[in-house]
Design a protein around this ligand. Structure first.
Ligand code: ADP
Ligand code: MG
Length: 245
């Protein structure tokens, strides 16, 4: 198994504030890494550094053995690293199919028919094949988020980053979105997932990363992390999820 992503001692500052401090982490191909930690500990910043939305101030990130630098071709990197956020930001004036095929056709210059076939196939997988001609306002939050995931998958990424993708959708829609991510694991997709859904984290993760204050505090298998957290900080964090685990 090869290492897809290699993060070595990275740091990131916003002004005086150090938001990531000496963070190191390898992600093996086909593995699912779940990042847990309190609000403000640097989870989103870490994901944003991985797909180049933020520049690191120290350390190195290598994707497919290529180190990031100021000369990196971000457009090419971002085509391979799909990212899905809490807000889905679909174009309101375009149908689902229009939203899904826009970047593959315009950015990747792929054949329209091929992309549409691929998009339909993916829509089918997430149970939304019948919504290809719908507009975003006709969809529920859970449906829009599944479309946002499909939109990222249409680029044929090798790594998927998920940043609290169920945080703003109705509780009864959360399951269907998490199920899509679980299916992706079944298909061998490499993923990094920030979530506060602890049951899901335990179920889907190959490895748990627990962050606090810009550091990685614990790194363990889900079985070990949830049954036997090593630090007071992690114990305290987990105690807040007593009713949802
Ligand atoms: P998390 O996702 O774990 O909640 P973030 O990565 O969003 O944490 O934020 C980590 C810290 O960095 C927080 O203190 C946040 O206020 C700060 N931060 C994030 N983005 C910026 C920014 N663009 N400018 C200044 N501070 C930021
Ligand atoms: Mg965040």
């Amino acid at each position: 198994m090869s290492t897809l992503l290699q993060i070595s001692s990275i740091s990131k500052n916003f002004g005086e504030k150090q938001v990531l401090d000496n963070v190191s982490l390898d992600v093996q191909e086909g593995k699912v890494v779940v990042i847990l930690g309190p609000s403000g500990c640097g989870k989103s910043t870490l994901l944003r550094c991985i797909n180049g939305l933020e520049k690191i101030d120290g350390g190195t990130i290598k994707f497919k053995e290529e180190p990031y630098s100021k000369d990196s071709d971000w457009q090419t990197i971002r085509q391979q690293i799909g990212m899905v956020f809490q807000s889905y930001e679909l174009f309101p004036h375009m149908t689902v199919m229009g939203n899904l095929t826009l970047a593959p056709i315009k950015v990747q210059k792929r054949d329209k028919k091929d992309v549409e076939t691929k998009a339909l196939e993916l829509l089918e997988r997430v149970g939304l094949a019948d919504r290809a001609d719908a507009y975003p306002h006709q969809l529920s939050g859970g449906q829009k988020q599944r479309i946002a995931i499909v939109r990222a998958l249409c680029m044929n990424p090798t790594l998927m980053l998920f940043d609290e993708v169920t945080a703003s959708i109705d509780p009864e829609m959360v399951y269907e979105v998490l199920q899509v991510i679980k299916d992706l694991k079944g298909q061998g997709m490499t993923m990094m997932i920030v979530t506060h859904e602890m049951g899901f984290a335990r179920n889907v993760a190959d490895e748990i990363i627990f962050m606090d204050g810009g550091h990685i505090v614990e790194q363990a298998s889900p079985a070990d992390f949830f049954a036997n957290p090593q630090t007071e900080r992690a114990k305290q964090f987990l105690s807040k999820f007593l009713y949802t685990m």
